[in-house]
Every structure is written in C-alpha cells, then in structure tokens.
Design a protein around this ligand. Structure first.
Ligand SMILES: *[C@@H]1O[C@H](CO)[C@@H](O)[C@H](O)[C@H]1NC(C)=O
Ligand SMILES: *[C@@H]1O[C@H](CO)[C@@H](O)[C@H](O)[C@H]1NC(C)=O
Ligand SMILES: *[C@@H]1O[C@H](CO)[C@@H](O)[C@H](O)[C@H]1NC(C)=O
Ligand SMILES: *[C@@H]1O[C@H](CO)[C@@H](O)[C@H](O)[C@H]1NC(C)=O
Ligand SMILES: *[C@@H]1O[C@H](CO)[C@@H](O)[C@H](O)[C@H]1NC(C)=O
Ligand SMILES: *[C@@H]1O[C@H](CO)[C@@H](O)[C@H](O)[C@H]1NC(C)=O
Ligand SMILES: *[C@@H]1O[C@H](CO)[C@@H](O)[C@H](O)[C@H]1NC(C)=O
Length: 663
C-alpha cells in the first residue's frame, strides 16, 4: 500500500510563504513506499539485450555492428528508454496494477547506404526480450509529412577535410590577411587557423553552410574568442566532395561570389585589410598573480555535522527529504527528469524536466547573424561532465554516475549528478515582538547537473524549499561565443571586449515540461488578474476611491502566454473539484523564478534558422492537455530538420478544452 498521509489543506502557492511553516520544518516522513522506478534509464543489461535483438530480429534494417560500421552503413545511433504511458504509470504507483508497465526502448538508426543520409526511430519491447518482443517504427503523430529526419552532415570527416582543403587553397591570402594558414592534416599550431561551422540548411535542394576562420588559440576552449573576420560559404549537397562548391567569401564587409573574385580583389590595389584578432593573456581564465593577500585565507565553508537529512536510494533513483519524495530518470538528450514528486505522500507533479536548450545569436557577420543551436542534439545528458566536489557542489554532497550508450558501447560517466541540502543565508520566516522572536532556518534540497555543450556550461538545478516551492534553475557559464569586431557595426549587436573582438547578443531559451497534478490529474489553469479599479463604498459615503481588485479567469483552451508586465497576473494551476475547509481551491502558482530575473522568450520573429523547430520559444509559458504521444516538446533530431521538425510543438496547441483536464 502506498504511504498516504493526508496533509492539512493549504493553498499551495509556490514562492509565497504560507502559515504553517513550523509544521514542515519539524515533520519527518513517517514512512516511504518505494516502488520500482518505472522511468529509470535502461540498464546496461537491457541495452545489450536490445542490441542483440535488433541485430538478430531485423535483417531488413541491414545493420552493421557499430564497431565495424562506416558512415556508409546502417547502424544503431542511439538507445533510450521509453517512459510508460501516464495512466499505466499512475495505476502502478497507486497499487491498482500490480505489475509495472511494460518497458520499451526507442532506438535511432543511422541510414547511411544511400545519397540521402537520415535517422529513423523504432520502438522495441516489451523488455526483457521474450517471444512477445517486437520492433516497430515510431509513429509520428501530427507529422504525416515527415518520412525521416535528415542528417545534413553525415560524413563528419569529409565535412571537415574538404573545407580545410579549400582553406589550404587560399593559404597565400590567409598568410597575408591573417598571418596564418589552416591547421591541415591534424596540425595543432596554436597560431594556426581552424574552421568553425554554422549548422547547414537546405535551400532549393542544396545543403548550404557558412564557415568561419578562427585562430586555434593556445588554450583549449578559447577558440570561440578568436574569430578572424574571414568567412566562406559552401554548397555540400550530396556525399561526393568532388561535387561540392565554394559559393562566397566574406571579408571586411565585402561579399565575393567566388574564390577567383576574392583573389582578384585581394590582389588589386586599394584592397582594405582588417586587423588580426590574436590570442594572448586576455583569453586566460585564471589571474596569473594576485596582490589581494586575504585571498590565501580559507573562505567560509558549509558543513554537514549530522550527515545527510535526506534518504537517497541510489538504485531506485529516489529521494525523500522533509516530506518531499521524487524519482529521477536520466536521458542522453535531456539530462535529468523528475517523476512522481510528492509532498507527504500526495502527488504534486507527475513530471518535471528539461526538454530543450535553444540559443539564437545576432550579429553582422554570416556566422553570428544567423546562428541557432538546439542543444538536445548534442545531448544535454550526454554532455554532463564530472562535477567538482567543493566547487560545483558542497564537499559533503552525494554524487551519482550516469551511463551513456554510444555506438553500442557503454560509458560510465562518474559523478555527473549531485544531491545536497543547503542552508540559505537568510531565514525562511521571522518575526519579533517586544517579548519574543520566531525565526526558521531556510534549508533547501538541490539536485544538480552540469552539461558542457561546446563553449557553454549549463548548470541545471531542481530545488525543493520548505515553504512548498519547487524551482528549476539554469545557470550558464563557460566561454562566450563572440564576433570579430567591426567598427560601427558590432555595437549594434554587443560590446567591444578586446582589440578585435566583440560580444554577440543571443537569446538562451530553455524549455521545461511541468506536469502538475493537483490532488489528481484533473486540473485547471486560472489567471488571477490584479486590476486597477474605482469603487465607491457605503463607508466612503459614495465617494469613488481609486484602488485595485482581483479577477479570476479559467483558461479554457490550449494556449501560450507571457509573464505579465508589473506582475499583474498570477498563473495558478488548481483542482477546482476539491476545496479546503474555507472553500478555496488548492493549487500551485507558476512563477518566473528567483534570482536570475524574469526569463524571456524569443525576441526575433520567426527566424529562418529555427524554422518550426522550437516554436515553444515564442512565449514564456504554454498550457496543453497531457497526451502520451506529446511527451516531449522537442527532439534531438529537430536540429537539421527545422522546417519539418520531428517534433513541431506548435501542433500540440490545437484548441483542446483544458478545463479540469490533465495539463
Ligand atoms: C567485425 O568485422 C570483423 C571482420 O569482418 C568480424 O570478424 C567481426 O565479427 C565483426 N564484428 C561484429 C560485432 O560484427
Ligand atoms: C546493406 O548495407 C550495405 C552497407 O553496409 C550496402 O552495401 C548494401 O547495399 C545494403 N543492402 C541493402 C539491401 O540495402
Ligand atoms: C511465448 O512463450 C510462452 C512460453 O514461454 C508461451 O506460453 C506463449 O504462448 C508464447 N507466446 C507467443 C505469442 O508465442
Ligand atoms: C554577386 O552575386 C550577386 C547575386 O548573387 C550579384 O547581385 C552581385 O552583383 C555579384 N557580385 C559581383 C561582384 O559579381
Ligand atoms: C471549476 O471550473 C469550471 C470551469 O471554469 C467552472 O465552471 C466551475 O465553476 C469551477 N468550479 C469551482 C468549484 O470553482
Ligand atoms: C476551445 O475549446 C472548445 C471545446 O473543445 C472548442 O469548441 C473551441 O473551438 C476551442 N476554441 C479555440 C479558440 O480553439
Ligand atoms: C470544457 O469542458 C468543461 C468540462 O468538461 C465543460 O464544462 C465546458 O463546457 C467545456 N467548454 C467548452 C467551451 O466546450
């Protein structure tokens, strides 16, 4: 039987302190009912089983074992667990169904035998493999026009070698303009040149991409600070580099239509050269010396005198702390997701997890001017690096490993998740009178990961507070990706931060899915507006007074909306079929987060470099009806398929009635 302790009825408003804080602080969970984690990632044994099955049972896929495969073969590109349908999961968690929902794997296959290289996805299960196990293509609801997801850069090696050979052909020009040549054939001259690429796109059947010349740099990772202001546009249609073409060169504000045209211009008198962006001490992170003597003294440090106050069940990926309980699950594309988040036995959230991290840059050159990243492609879970105790997380934190299944091999990634309790430097509540003071310490629980996607480090936190608030927070660090400084132009898109280097403005929009279940899955989103009002009262003897009041409005259809100006609207998910003893609905307020300002949505209108791949970024908040076939707002395979994405979130918002529905 699940542990079920009926909590007192409060209006749960995240972030707003409610009355009975002392109750939360002194309450310990009086029992934990741990069920199998039905959302857990595939085990190594399951992954092996899946691979064996797909190799033996699917001759029509014509698979080559990854260890022997080239990009001209078909091979298993990725394996991921499929989360169970919500109703099945709830039945199991509630004990209505004794057996856990069947486990399935989703596998992505690289199809490399023809001119058009693509991925497609299959469902394989139930697991463990039995005579009932089957494999079938994943059906893309809403996306009848999509046959498969194209891979526009299938042959990573030739997609590098060929542009490098183009760069070698212009060595005389780069030597003159940039005083360097390309680091071809694996050379690693720090003052040599490398090429970086913006995602390719398809136009009139052609696969096009811009490349930027960057200095390699003496420090690993500083390359994004060293653009040289020279760019080349390539047509890499098809898989035969002999048929690829150089289209344009761009240098010092001039666009040239061919290499010959660029070379002629360079040779002609009056050709205008731009200064070089050189590496130097300015790309260092560490200060070489410090004359602040007190820096050598130990800094304040948090300690954990009595040991952890949470219960961590590593195998089950389950945590219990101060009445909160939750399971977590890991995926290579999205990192950590929480499931079945409860307070004192009562479910608050069915699911809470990152879906996609998008960034869109602006600038005056062909790279920065249209650069867009969808980081689940690189893998917000796959990119999780080892956390540093005492720096990323307190020294006393618990650290957990994750497993990556890559090219049919398992990689254990050590210490990629940490869990710890922390005490804020301010109290949760306080009050003093002449005769007494009441004050509560402010402890919170953090589950943290850091994904290092290229130059960026995203730290993703899930945080539980004693006032009932559950917060997710993303912090970005790492190196900026900036632009070659162009006087009079770069200032429109950033700030000059070195001799020939400017920042590049960009939006980071990170999408999370929040499946709140207030009491049960029948919920309503209510907008509470704070409005100016003029009202006369009997006690004002009829004189109209300028004041304000609340209006309540249920959102009846799936829609997107933004954080209001002046915080004049509150968004609250309630269950309007149950009330507390004073007749108020129980609910959770959705707030824009603490400490990092109000998160924004995309400023650019329908940028071509995103197409339909991230339409969730156009508003701050969306509400849709929960559907098992709308489990994620994005796909790691949206990246090269922006006009016909694998997941087109806009199609989820199709007018469903959402009053007292699963949201
Ligand atoms: C890889 O290729 C070698 C040589 O053809 C073969 O002996 C081996 O069985 C292959 N490995 C797998 C896992 O198929
Ligand atoms: C199977 O794949 C191989 C390359 O691994 C390819 O040469 C062959 O043509 C493919 N067979 C079919 C029927 O597609
Ligand atoms: C699968 O095998 C079991 C025995 O192991 C048998 O009872 C069952 O009928 C089989 N099912 C199918 C679909 O063949
Ligand atoms: C380069 O091509 C564009 C159109 O593609 C054309 O407008 C322009 O005149 C060309 N420039 C030169 C110098 O030929
Ligand atoms: C629940 O919501 C519906 C739809 O907005 C509304 O008609 C009804 O009055 C609400 N019930 C309660 C008890 O608030
Ligand atoms: C809202 O939902 C109702 C009921 O499903 C439907 O009839 C109506 O067309 C929807 N409205 C919009 C604007 O989609
Ligand atoms: C939406 O559903 C609720 C509850 O089922 C119902 O009361 C309401 O009339 C529906 N709204 C519309 C516009 O159909």
């Amino acid at each position: 039987m699940p542990f079920y302790l009926r909590p007192r009825l409060f209006l749960w408003i995240g972030g707003v302190v409610v009355t009975s804080i002392a109750v939360y602080i002194f309450c310990q969970p009086s029992g934990i009912v741990l069920r199998q984690n039905i959302w857990a990632d595939l085990t190594e044994a399951e992954a092996i089983e899946v691979l064996k099955y797909v190799h033996s049972a699917s001759p029509e896929l014509n698979l080559t074992a990854a260890i022997n495969a080239s990009l001209w073969d078909n091979f298993v590109h990725g394996i991921e667990v499929v989360h169970p349908n919500k109703e099945d999961a709830l039945n199991f968690m509630a004990g209505i169904s004794e057996h856990p929902p069947p486990r399935y794997a989703r596998i992505a296959i690289h199809h490399g035998t023809s001119q058009e290289v693509y991925w497609d996805e299959y469902l394989l299960g139930p697991l463990p493999v039995s005579n009932e196990t089957k494999i079938k293509p994943v059906e893309y609801h809403h996306r009848a026009d999509l046959e498969h997801a194209r891979n526009l850069v299938p042959d990573a090696a030739s997609f590098k070698e060929w542009p490098y050979s183009i760069a070698q052909e212009v060595s005389d020009i780069t030597q003159d303009l940039l005083q360097a040549t390309i680091n071809a054939d694996g050379e690693s001259n720090p003052d040599g040149l490398e090429l970086t690429f913006r995602d390719p796109w398809v136009k009139d059947g052609h696969i096009l991409r811009w490349c930027s010349f960057q200095r390699a740099g003496t420090r690993f990772g500083a390359g994004t600070l060293l653009p040289q202001g020279l760019y080349v546009k390539l047509d890499t249609t098809g898989r035969d580099p002999a048929k690829w073409k150089v289209l344009n060169w761009f240098y010092n504000g001039m666009l040239y239509n061919s290499t010959d045209e660029f070379r002629d211009a360079w040779r002609s008198p009056g050709f205008r050269k731009a200064p070089i962006n050189r590496d130097g001490d300015w790309t260092r992170i560490e200060e070489p010396t410090s004359d602040v003597s007190s820096r050598d003294h130990p800094a304040p440090l948090m300690v954990h005198p009595g040991g952890a106050r949470y219960q961590l069940y590593r195998e089950a990926q389950y945590v219990s702390w101060m009445g909160f309980t939750f399971y977590w699950s890991f995926a290579q594309s999205t990192g950590v997701t929480l499931f079945d988040v409860r307070f004192r036995g009562e479910r608050i959230l069915y699911e809470l997890g990152l879906q996609e991290a998008m960034s869109l840059y602006a600038g005056n050159d062909p790279i920065q001017g249209a650069l867009a990243y969808l980081d689940s492609f690189f893998g917000m879970g796959r990119a999780m690096f080892e956390l540093v105790p005492g720096y990323d997380c307190p020294i006393y934190a618990d650290f957990m490993d994750t497993f990556i299944y890559d090219a049919e091999r398992t990689q254990q990634r050590k210490r990629t998740i940490c869990l710890f309790e922390y005490t804020a430097d301010y109290p949760l509540q306080r009050h003093s009178t002449t005769f007494y003071v009441t004050i509560s310490r402010n402890h919170y629980l953090v589950l943290r990961t850091t994904a290092v996607v290229g130059n960026y480090d995203y730290t993703v936190d899930y945080i539980f507070y004693l006032d009932g608030t559950i917060e997710f927070k993303v912090r970005a660090s790492g190196y900026i990706q900036g632009a070659y400084f162009m006087p009079g132009e770069s200032q429109e898109f950033g700030f000059r931060v070195h001799d020939q280097f400017a920042t590049s403005m960009h939006d980071h929009i990170i999408n999370f899915k929040v499946d709140l279940d207030i009491i049960n899955s029948r919920n309503t989103l209510v907008k509470i507006n704070i409005e100016p009002k003029t009202k006369s009262y009997s006690w004002s003897e009829g004189e109209p007074l300028s004041t304000m009041s609340l209006t309540r409005e249920s959102i009846s259809n799936e829609t997107g909306f933004n954080w209001p100006a002046n915080s004049e609207t509150m968004y609250i998910v309630v269950n309007n079929e149950t009330q507390n003893q004073w007749g108020e609905n129980r609910g959770y307020r959705i707030m824009p987060g603490s400490g990092i300002g109000t998160p924004g949505h995309l400023v650019a209108k329908s940028p071509q470099s995103l197409g339909k791949s991230a339409s969730w970024a156009f508003n701050d908040l969306w509400v849709t009806k929960q559907k098992d076939d709308e489990a994620r707002s994005s796909s790691p395979r949206n990246a090269f398929n922006k006009d016909k994405p694998v997941v087109d979130f806009a199609q989820y918002v199709d007018g469903d009635n959402i009053t007292q529905e699963d949201l």
